[in-house]
Design a protein around this ligand. Sequence first.
Ligand code: NAD
Ligand code: DAU
Length: 353
Amino acid sequence: MAFEKSILVTGGAGFIGSHVIRLLVNKYSTYRIVNLDLLTYAGNLENLSDIESADNYTFEKGDIVDTDFINLLFEKYAFDGVIHLAAESHVDRSIEDPMAFIKTNILGTVNLLNAARNSWKDFGGKRFYHVSTDEVYGSLGETGLFTEKTPYDPRSPYSSSKASSDHIVRAYYHTYGLPIVISNCSNNYGPNQFPEKLLPLFINNIKLEKQLPVYGDGKYTRDWLWVMDHATAIDVIYHDGKNGETYNIGGNNEWQNIDLIDVLCDIVDEELGREKGSSKKLIHFVKDRPGHDKRYAIDATKIKNELGWEPSIKSEEGLRLTVQWYLRNAEWMENVTSGSYQKYYDKMYAHRI
Ligand code: NAD
Ligand code: DAU
């Protein structure tokens, strides 16, 4: 079958990538969607089982840090576009092992940029999209919002590796004219998220009646976005965003961790038929994350005004859908928490609890 466009999505077996792949495969039957993923601990093809045999979908296992492999992939598929999500994504892991983040998030991104630049003889109709994070902007006080003009001030090895790759992506635009676009998004939540991140970890712990390790005083603020809303924003930006531009994506949905956890306990209790609020006894305040950013909040006016995108799901509705998904997909949770997971979890929390 001849395809109108060939698009490389990196990290498509991960949390956000799996929703992006599903959206593109279902919406654009004339595009060939190639999912390149190394299947690290965070990559899981089970996230894509419903679309794995679609005619316009292909999976390639490989490492974005492997230059030869990436060059061959560009030759094989003659990509028109790249939507780059593959990354080491967890802040706590970046504190334990920064080098893994430097390699994948910085060197991997440069490899992809070079392959695009070398294989795209002319840049017409081409696009390199780097999916990034609001953490590059650092930490806010009680008030204020991150805009696209907020100076970068990353404070963890994870966020500094993402900031570095954002800068390099922009440098390829200014230096070589590579048609790039970047988005910086707040905390995503929803199905398929690896249970090292706050919400799936706590939902699973509540179910198993294990402790809920709240870092510090719990008064840290995050803006939460339904993951499928992020996927639609990525689709809109990929197709309608302007070359060289950055778009902030957010949910207008700020929560202090402890307030979110309180509501989460109520919802999980209700869904499990337990006395509402009974799992709050599992909350344990533990040693803080080093360099813990106090508050993230996004001004998403630009993407709304210029591209007409807005989040569609309100917070409590999304939270309940998320809880229901993890409780109904017990086998998924079982699969991702078997193997080395428990070892990771014990190591990660040994020095906190
Ligand atoms: P994730 O950890 O769930 O998935 C990352 C995926 O990348 C996995 O499938 C993994 O196997 C793959 N991968 C890792 N190293 C690779 C390598 N060297 N080569 C090929 N594939 C590799 O991450 P996520 O939460 O879905 O985040 C995806 C992207 O979105 C990341 O770039 C992240 O920085 C960004 N982001 C995440 C959030 C969030 O809340 N999760 C918010 C804003 C931006
Ligand atoms: O803002 C976007 C970022 O959001 C993404 O770029 C990252 O990839 C993603 O991991 C996420 O980073 P956070 O560090 O904000 O997410 P995490 O789920 O790890 O933590 C959310 C908040 O909850 C944070 O303030 C730390 C706190 N926390 C987290 C865990 C795992 C706890 O209190 N206890 C925990 O056990």
